[in-house]
Write a protein that binds this ligand. Structure first.
Ligand code: G3P
Length: 241
């Protein structure tokens, strides 16, 4: 009897370790509902991020499209304020947060944006602080209670810098203070290599344009290998079913 209890406890401990193990979450960076629908069937979508440019590109009303997206996924859906002053950011943020329980209000990394972040997070609202380009900014966002910090790696690369070095620096800063509860949400991702490097660094989330997710599946040797398997199987003259 004792052996069976010990075995059960051991299995429970194993499950706890396995399921508590941190993994990188994938958010989709889009306000295109049709693109999101195609990706949802892959099982790879843990959330969604939008921004004013993506909403404008969708051609749809921000409140309507945000509500629809929030109903399509269980995970966090980032919806960004468009004001730049604290009072109006708060009005917009509370209106966006009221759309659904999984809304994360997105605010820019400015003085007013972090004031808004502090007030909203104190109210229990998830906040995604965006347009982050330095570890100093990321430290401010964490002190303001941000749920997510969004460092833009691609735009730093566009300037000839190595955007992923910023992720490494933020990871070091946040890990130095375990009481900080802000997740690193790597944004402005341009290719699968960005995703690989973000995972190597231990970023919590990557927000991926739909194209990058589809590109992650692709490798020429996978395609060739499958073609070869199918060709050889066709010559075997047998069937599994
Ligand atoms: O969520 C931020 C992201 O949309 C910015 O990406 O490509 O405009 O730098 P990008």
């Amino acid at each position: 009897m004792c052996a069976r209890i010990f075995q059960a406890l051991n299995f429970g401990a194993y499950l706890n370790i396995t399921f508590s193990r941190h993994q990188m979450r994938f958010f989709v960076d889009t306000a295109d509902v049709s693109e999101l629908e195609k990706l949802l069937v892959t099982g790879m979508v843990d959330g969604v991020t939008t921004n004013p440019s993506l909403i404008a590109k969708s051609g749809r009303n921000i409140l309507e499209v945000t509500k629809e997206i929030a109903s399509m996924v269980d995970g966090p859906v980032s919806a960004e304020v468009t004001a730049t002053d604290y009072d109006t950011m708060m009005l917009e943020g509370e209106k966006l947060a009221a759309i659904a329980s999984n809304i994360a209000v997105k605010v820019p990394l400015t003085v007013d944006g972090l004031r808004t972040c502090k007030t909203l997070s104190d109210q229990g609202t998830m906040v995604n602080v965006t347009l982050c380009f330095s570890a100093a900014q990321a430290l401010l966002a964490a002190k303001a209670g941000a749920t997510f910090i969004s460092p833009f790696v691609g735009r730093l690369d566009d300037m000839g810098m190595d955007g992923m070095e910023l992720i490494e620096s933020i990871r070091d800063v946040y890990d130095a203070y375990p009481t900080l509860n802000t997740d690193i949400l790597v944004a402005s991702i341009r290719n699968p290599r960005h995703v690989e490097r973000a995972a190597e660094v231990g970023a919590d989330v990557g927000t991926l344009p739909p194209r990058v997710i589809w590109d992650m599946y692709q490798h020429p040797l996978t395609s060739k290998g499958l073609d070869d398997f199918m060709a050889d199987w066709a010559g075997a003259g047998q069937s599994i079913l």
